[in-house]
Design a protein around this ligand. Structure first.
Ligand code: CMC
Length: 537
């Protein structure tokens, strides 16, 4: 400890517990504050000097619990501390503590929204949010986007290495031979409302797939199914990579009232997807290779992003050992939200609403006044330009060459520049993320706005599967079960409804909505049994 760095407590030695800590190397001393006890009275203690034990292990943390004056040594590995070690730090409940106080059961780490908690060790994806670095299995995203294909990247993410030629061919063949879905899934997709959001269809289609593959259901085939039988595990990987574009294409065709095109296994992964979306009755239909390539690059960029909201959901759901279809349906639902994969849709709607570059300053003002959110900006991990956004911005112009310029790009460019120069965004390190430009490309390609999250979900299946496989094989595999801090009421006795009094500040009409008429005008003037009691509701 440097001179003059003594904690505040040393200046109030007379209020101290009588315990003095001495730093062995510098000789600096400081007094411990008076500990509080459950009974409220603190017994006087003789002055004692504790020489801080300097552990020979420099990769550790020495923690002093001021409640008990006990010291603990917590190991540091990979710049993390094991949260379970904190469970060893126990104390008597503080005076007046709630009955539910769990101090005696060990210290908990409170981290709402997992802002600083690592929940898995992973070898899949590395992000350096400060410098804007993204690597899959060690390979820079820029190199993969330029030189690889989505299917090769999927192999890399899931199996850990780039495939040999033969491995690649076998993997590609397997995926493309699992592109057909059961006829009844087709029927299910047909039965949604004509204007159902395609993400709802996609999620439902994947969830339904669990019922068509009983061989992949741990409920039927045993909870250790996927760790026992690698072939079964791989088959689900092929099926999910193969069938998700088919479901996505169905979600799209359903909206426009067109029959579904069967998959074409002689095309590339993204060509086949575009074929299923667009072919009417043409013979030998082949999608534009530049668009298929652009989509492939977009798929590479979206394939994984370590423990984002949906991938964490995948690991969480998968930890119960449920089948991967149910888990991917859950992960897709997490992706759907506007703060995550639904942001590309939200960006486009936001740009359309802004409308022209001259309206940008007013919009940004509203963002700063917290009336609006600038979608496509900000990230939990990136505090620099998202490297994916840079690549996407360049692809946008390549797509415009083929499909024509998307005029909203002008609004986006002005908006980006204005935000990057604005103190509000600079101070908070808010930069464009992957969703800022992707929607413009999708729009230029002619996709309807509500298909955008589906276009994010298809490639993310590779990442979800990679994390699912890794978590099943992990030495730390265990059901995910976070802890809570209970701050609700203490125990209380049930009072029967008849004996309960109306509280003064209680809104008795909370659930009565005079505008939600349950009956049509005609029913209100009709007669039927129990009409009085029902229409009062
Ligand atoms: N517009 C305006 N203010 C923002 C934005 C934004 N897009 N993002 C963050 N902020 C502000 C936020 O209000 C807060 O300010 P203050 O400290 O004064 O309260 C500060 O920046 C820190 O933000 P945060 O909400 O604590 O950050 P977070 O890590 O919890 O949230 C985020 C990350 C991505 C949800 C958030 O930045 C956001 O809502 N962005 C817009 C939605 C979006 O584009 N999502 C796509 C994410 S990238 C692709 C993906 O993973 O799906």
């Amino acid at each position: 400890m440097a001179k003059g760095d003594e904690p505040e407590s040393s200046k109030k030695a007379d209020e101290s517990s009588g315990l003095i800590l001495k730093d062995k190397s510098s000789g600096a001393t400081w007094a411990l504050p008076t500990p509080t006890k459950a009974e409220g009275k603190v017994p006087a203690q003789p002055t004692a000097v504790i020489v801080l034990p300097r552990s020979s292990n420099t990769q550790s943390l020495t923690v002093l619990d001021n409640r008990t004056n006990k010291l603990y040594e917590i190991p540091i590995e990979n710049n993390t501390i094991p949260a379970l070690k904190f469970k060893e730090i126990t104390a008597d409940p503080a005076p007046g503590a709630r009955e539910e106080d769990e101090s005696s059961k060990g210290l908990r780490v409170y981290d709402p929204a997992f802002q600083n908690t690592a929940v898995a060790q992973s070898k899949i994806t590395y992000i350096n949010g400060d410098t804007g670095v993204l690597r899959y299995r060690g390979y820079p995203i820029e190199q993969l986007a330029e030189k690889s294909t989505y299917i090769e990247v999927a192999y890399l993410l899931i199996y850990g290495e780039l495939p040999s030629k033969q491995q690649y061919q076998n993997f590609f063949n397997e995926v493309m031979h699992h592109t057909f879905v059961h006829f009844n899934v087709t029927e299910l997709m047909r039965n949604f409302n004509y204007d159902a959001h395609p993400m709802g269809l996609f999620i439902s289609g994947i969830a339904a797939m669990s019922t068509f593959h009983p061989d992949a259901n741990p409920a039927l085939a045993g909870s250790d199914l996927f760790t026992r039988d690698e072939k079964v595990l791989n088959k689900q990987i092929f099926r999910l990579l193969g069938k998700t574009p088919t479901l996505a294409a169905m979600a799209y065709r359903h909206r426009i009232g067109r029959t579904y095109n069967p998959p074409q296994n002689n095309l590339s992964y993204t060509e086949n997807f575009l074929y299923m979306l667009d072919r009417l009755s043409e013979e030998n239909y082949k999608p534009n290779p530049k668009l298929a390539k652009a989509l492939d690059v977009l798929f590479i960029l979206h394939a994984d992003h370590e423990l984002n909201c949906s991938t964490a959901a995948m690991r969480h759901i998968g930890s119960s050992l449920v089948d991967p279809y149910s888990a991917i349906a859950g992960a897709s639902a997490a992706l759907y939200g506007p703060l995550h994969g639904g942001a590309n849709e939200a960006v486009l709607r936001m740009l359309e609403e802004i409308g022209s570059a001259d309206k940008v300053p007013r919009f940004l003002e509203e963002v700063k006044q917290r009336k609006r959110k600038l979608f496509g900006f900000g990230h939990r991990v990136y505090k620099n330009y998202d490297p994916r956004a840079k690549i996407i911005r360049n692809i946008a112009y390549e797509v415009f060459d083929v499909c024509g310029r998307e005029s909203l790009i002008d609004v986006a460019v002005v908006l980006e520049k204005a935000a990057l120069e604005d103190e509000y965004f600079v101070k908070r390190k808010l930069y464009p993320n992957v969703d800022f430009y992707s929607g413009l490309i999708y729009k230029a390609m002619g996709f309807p706005t509500d298909m955008f999250p589906v276009l994010f979900a298809i490639p993310r299946v590779a990442g979800w599967l990679a994390h699912w496989k890794e978590s099943l094989e992990s030495k730390d595999a265990k059901i995910w079960r976070p802890r809570q801090v209970y701050v609700g009421p203490n125990v209380r006795s049930y009072i029967p409804l008849d004996l309960r009094e109306e509280e003064k500040d209680h809104d008795a009409n909370k659930f009565v909505d005079p505008f939600s008429t349950k009956f049509s005008k005609r029913s209100l003037v009709a007669t039927f049994d129990n009409k009085k009691s029902v229409s009062k509701l």
